[in-house]
Design a protein around this ligand. Structure first.
Ligand SMILES: Nc1nc2c(ncn2[C@@H]2O[C@H](COP(=O)(O)OP(=O)(O)OP(=O)(O)O)[C@@H](O)[C@H]2O)c(=O)[nH]1
Ligand SMILES: [Mg+2]
Length: 224
């Protein structure tokens, strides 16, 4: 998988990130960690992997992923997380499926065959179901888990989408714009693990509201 680069956004993950990186080293995968310069605890915790870190100029989850994507030099990319919830051992399966079906984007899903989650709570589960339904009904998205955003795909295709959202709105902006540009999209079962340590960065209510607002905006505006 020399033609694949993993993008790992990380914010205040001093316990989880070293563990995730050890797994990646074992799998011999290329990766880029995207962090804020001010996140000294995480930077110190991964001192020996510092050549793989790039620093975002701005803030935010979406900003980190977009900046990471702009730095990918391989044909394929993957978005994967520092908190241990997205298991890197699933990458070979994702990568093989993407290539076999010649897809542009392949999304992990916790809610279809071979999918599960140890990290969902009642609110995130219901939220995901509602947003996935809106995605299917109003945007014809062929995916069953819109907010997971554990993805592999073709770098050139995602860069062409002109993604702009610097926060968690990125999660819905990506599949909606991809569908509108007629990218070949599918999903594949994934087992989400529990966050290893640290606190989640998503605020279910504030980010949920922003995500809903983004979906309404994109429904009425086709040309952003
Ligand atoms: N660089 C950067 N990384 C971020 C930012 N916000 C979140 N992340 C990282 O993005 C990944 C996903 O964040 P989480 O807090 O686990 O969010 P989530 O997985 O959607 O939510 P839960 O799993 O439900 O807790 C983690 O690796 C975070 O460290 C940010 O502002 N900047
Ligand atoms: Mg998480």
């Amino acid at each position: 998988m020399k033609d694949l680069t993993l993008i790992i956004p990380a914010k205040i993950e001093p316990e989880s990130l070293p563990y995730t990186l050890m797994k990646l080293e074992k799998l011999n995968l290329n990766y880029i960690i995207v962090m804020e310069k001010s996140d000294l605890t995480t930077i110190n915790a991964v001192e020996k992997f510092k050549s793989k870190i790039i620093f975002q100029n701005n803030k935010g989850y979406g900003d980190a992923i977009i900046f990471g994507l702009q730095n990918v030099k391989t044909k394929y990319f993957s978005i994967i997380y520092a908190d241990g919830s997205t298991d890197p051992n699933e990458i070979p399966k994702f990568y093989d499926e993407l290539k076999k079906k010649n897809l542009d984007l392949l999304f992990g899903t916790r809610y279809s065959k071979n999918g599960s989650s140890e990290d969902d709570n009642f609110i995130t589960y219901i939220g995901n179901k509602i947003f996935t339904f809106i995605g299917k009904f109003f945007f014809s998205l062929p995916i069953t888990d819109i907010l997971y955003t554990y993805v592999v795909g073709k770098t050139e295709k995602i860069l062409n989408l002109n993604l702009k959202q610097t926060d968690y709105r990125f999660c819905v902006e990506l599949p909606i714009k991809a569908k509108r540009k007629n990218l070949q999209i599918s999903d594949i079962g994934s087992n989400e693990k529990k966050r290893i340590a640290g606190t989640k960065k998503v605020n279910e209510f504030i980010d949920g509201f922003l995500i809903l607002k983004e979906m309404i905006y994109l429904f009425f505006n086709h040309n952003r």
